[in-house]
Design a protein around this ligand. Structure first.
Ligand code: SF4
Length: 256
């Protein structure tokens, strides 16, 4: 029996976990094993079998990006929009709303800054949540890079989509109301906003079904295979800490 199986709590997932799994399941598993070790106070093994065969792609069936809208320029906020949530743990967020248009909604702070979805076992913290004049809510995730970082890579917009869908689901679980869309805002901090922009990700029945299926698939996967490729391993934290035994295969995999 692996030591991981002794921990009987249902595996907790975050929007970031979904993004990581869609890139490399083993990266997510190594991160979770480290968290389990910290929580239990003893080293915990990753569930990935030692004889696993590295994959070329994550097994996650990714959501459609067909209906995304990519916009260049300053985020288009309505004058009647107000800010109802801001992640206070993030220091580098831009100033989107003046104080008179900031009305923090305490019902979103029932678990501190965390939004929790008990049904799907998800939790997370969007950077902002905006309330429109019709009462609907919209999460905004901020990235300091510019709109076209990773744009030409097949997975670039998939990551935006996964993150925005997960944040919409968290709001739906907390409030009982479904956001129509989530936004990923690119501030282009290095370029002083010259190439800023935002991506609108719709949240319909299709996306709501997708996240249910994705969470089920991730929890059922006891292999969590590595996907060694330069695009994945270069920014992988477990790799930086010397925890991944498959990272060396990335050059071979990238050029296969
Ligand atoms: S180093 Fe590469 S293969 Fe290993 S966990 Fe990280 S992304 Fe996956």
């Amino acid at each position: 029996m692996s030591s991981a199986s002794l921990d009987l709590r249902p595996e907790h997932l975050t929007p970031h976990d979904l993004v990581t799994y869609s890139r490399c399941p083993h990266e997510m598993e190594l991160t979770h094993a480290r968290r389990r070790s910290e929580r239990l106070g003893t080293p915990q093994m990753a569930c990935t079998p030692l004889d696993v065969v590295p994959e070329r792609h994550s097994p996650l069936f990714t959501p459609s990006t067909v209906h995304l809208r990519v916009n260049e320029g300053r985020l288009d906020l309505d004058p009647h929009d107000v800010l109802v949530y801001r992640d206070e743990g993030e220091d580098d967020l831009p100033f989107l709303f003046p104080p008179e248009r900031t009305r923090i909604d305490d019902s979103l702070l029932r678990h501190g800054m965390n939004l929790i979805d008990d049904e799907l076992g998800l939790s997370g913290r969007p950077d902002f949540i905006v309330r429109h004049s019709d009462g609907s809510l919209m999460p905004i995730e901020y990235k300091a890079t510019h709109l076209f970082v990773g744009f030409h890579e097949a997975h670039g917009r998939v990551f935006d989509t996964v993150q925005a869908i997960a944040e919409c689901r968290l709001i739906e679980a907390m409030t009982g109301h479904r956001p129509a869309m989530g936004v990923v805002l690119y501030g282009d901090a290095a370029g002083r906003g010259e190439r800023e922009g935002w991506v609108e990700v719709p949240y319909t029945d299709l996306e709501a079904h997708w996240i249910r299926a994705a969470v089920t698939q991730i929890r059922a996967d006891r292999t969590r295979p590595p996907v060694p490729a330069e695009r994945n391993c270069a920014g992988c934290e477990p790799n930086r800490d010397g925890l991944c035994r498959y990272a060396a295969a990335r050059f071979e995999s990238s050029h296969r």
